[in-house]
Design a protein around this ligand. Structure first.
Ligand code: VGL
Ligand code: ZN
Length: 205
């Protein structure tokens, strides 16, 4: 049984948002088309408290892009984004939400970031997504959303490590690209882990 996972397609990751992913809005139409072909659809939602330690603004003199030690883990600092209850944390307006079974929120602990929809970056906290998917009989997961070089990549790697047959739709994701080749690097990391990388057209034909 297969499931579609939609990672963090939220206003703050779209053009004009606080942590805008270039061309992030282009994934919406692709994801909406894909949703017609899945019975099980799960979304993740980046959901930070205002005092989150990944926000540069919460560290005196620090700027987005700088790396700090946050309670023992390396943390890239980001602009304030996806604050719980804010408009920026809402899902994209045109994203079809009508068939979603469940939303898994992540990033609530101010002391550690959570790129993956399954575990936080230290693997200390489990969101329950893996057990949920297994409980409904899912064996194969298909990953889409934002951003390819962070939350999508780590969600895909964790899915694969939990034993799900994992596939990325590479045309249903876009990268932050702090470095210009980060998208290609993320694809290579996923491929090396055994994740299948396909397009919507590959899947539909
Ligand atoms: C993300 C950076 C910080 C993502 C979330 O959704 O890829 N990236 N928080
Ligand atoms: Zn975040």
């Amino acid at each position: 049984m297969k499931a579609l996972i939609i990672v963090d397609v939220q206003h703050d990751f779209l053009p004009g948002g606080a942590l805008a992913v270039p061309k992030g809005d282009e994934v919406i139409a692709v994801i909406n088309e894909l949703q017609a072909h899945f019975d099980y659809i799960i979304a993740t939602q980046d959901w930070h408290p205002a005092d989150h330690g990944s926000f540069a603004a919460n560290h005196e003199g620090k700027k987005p892009g700088e790396i700090i030690d946050l309670a023992g883990t390396q943390q890239i600092l980001w602009p304030v984004h996806c604050v719980q209850g804010s408009q920026g944390a809402d899902f994209a307006d045109t994203l079809d939400k009508s068939k979603w079974q469940k939303v898994f929120r992540k990033g609530q602990d101010p002391k550690i970031d959570s790129y993956s929809g399954f575990f936080d970056n230290g693997r200390g906290h489990d969101t329950g997504l893996g057990d949920y998917l297994k409980s409904i009989g899912i064996t194969d997961v298909f990953i889409t959303g934002l951003a390819a070089d962070y939350c999508v990549k780590f969600t895909a790697l964790d899915a694969q490590s939990l034993g799900f047959e994992t596939t990325l739709f590479r045309d249903a994701t876009r990268a932050v690209n702090l470095q210009p080749d980060d998208f290609e690097k993320a694809l290579a990391d996923m491929k090396a882990a055994g994740i299948n990388i396909i397009t919507k057209e590959d899947y539909l034909h």
